[in-house]
Design a protein around this ligand. Sequence first.
Ligand code: ADP
Length: 501
Amino acid sequence: MSQPLRVLLIDDNRSDRTLIIRELQRVFLGLQVQEVIDAQAFEQAINVDTFDVVVTDYELGWSNGLEVLRTVKAHYPRCPVVMFTNTGTEEIAVEALKSGLDDYIIKEPGRYIRVPTAISLALERIETRQRAILLQIRLQGLLNQLKVGIFRSISNGILIEANRAFLELLGVSSLAQANEMYLIDTRECYRLLVNLEPPQRQEREVQIQRGDNTFFWALLTTTLNSVEGIRVVDGLLEDITQRKQAEAALEQLNNTLEARVIERTAQLEEANQDLEEFAYSVSHDLRAPLRTIQGFTQLLLEDKESFDLTKLEYIQRIAANAQKLDVLITELLSYSRLKQTEIELEPVNLSLLLTHVLTEMDFEMRQRQAEVSIEEPLPMVQANLIILIQVLTNLLANAVKFVPLEESSTSNVHPQVRIWAQLEGEQCRLWIEDNGIGIPLAQQQQIFRPFTRLHSEEEYPGTGIGLAIVRKGVERMGGAVGVESQPGQGSRFWIQLALSI
Ligand code: ADP
């Protein structure tokens, strides 16, 4: 103890006082004792508050211990009072304890030693009680500051405790009102928890009605506990209305977004379909007048003598252009058809198929002095024969077509094509590598779109539809296409198809 203890010692017997003081001095360093032997001294002591503890006899010439006790407690409720007497009865002791007496010691030889112990214990008790009170005040303060509602109810659903936030959340002014309105189904909470395995704890998102009949969303967390043998539901109540509203808004947004995407996709598909049908019918319808033009130019050309040279050249130009138009229309039609027809897949022997394609292209290959090497073995793939022939023909035609132009190259480069297969799981990647002019990275995706050409008609004739057919055809067979290339370093095109097992 930091401060010296101040004792108010009330006893008419001088030798008793001496004995008590001696015992106290043994225990309390720097002890200060105020001895009281009459009413006047007692009254003065009470008025000036100069003691921490009171030791009193019961039998006093001017009063009695019970009176002293009551007077002290009336003025200083927290001040410990110890009674040390040999005249008291059991009734007096009981009466005194009821009035707040802290200890009662029978005055007998050898018991003086108990007085300091009783005082120490009483002081400790008071300090402990005070600390508990402070803690409780602090806890209550914290609970009241929390935005989370806290409550405790018993098995019949009655709320026995709640913090301020709980009452505020429910919009009621007291616990009694909360019980009266029964805004939270605490009985249901109890029933649910009782049936759970330990730990009997539950978290639910619930909609709760406030005292003013409005609703809010809450996260209700409940636990079944036992307090002094009584089962209680301890609960936390958190307002999650804002989160719920945000979730709902997000969900609605997602739904409308999804609906809009579906609608837009359908519109686009329809527009695409219309466009494809339009392109197909236009190409188809162009054929007839073109045939007529070609037919009549042919007739004119058969009668060469009746024209002078200039007119003959005009007619030949018409014929050449009509021929180009014919190629374009044919390719456009096969591209359109690829999109429309049903496609059936069957096992195709790549080796045999390539031999067939190269035989068909024999004239072109010879003309270009191309060298084609196939690295066997090549596997069987799942493909549509007609489409795959067209795909490979287009790729091989490009591989031998896009070689450096003779006038710009110093040495005459002959096209060299290498073909091999790479197996990956159940897929086959067929590579077609050339030693041509290559393709810049930026254009490697675009060239698969219809009408994309990187060169003029004079440099490399073509329609720009060949690779579009390759891609569409392979995709319709469930595969994929791609290219790896660098300008001046040749190109490696690949198509990937499922292996036929
Ligand atoms: P086309 O061959 O009728 O021009 P494609 O669709 O087959 O049309 O090819 C599109 C473009 O891609 C070509 O114009 C060319 O610029 C480029 N290309 C295709 N294959 C090759 C290749 N093997 N090497 C270099 N460029 C190529």
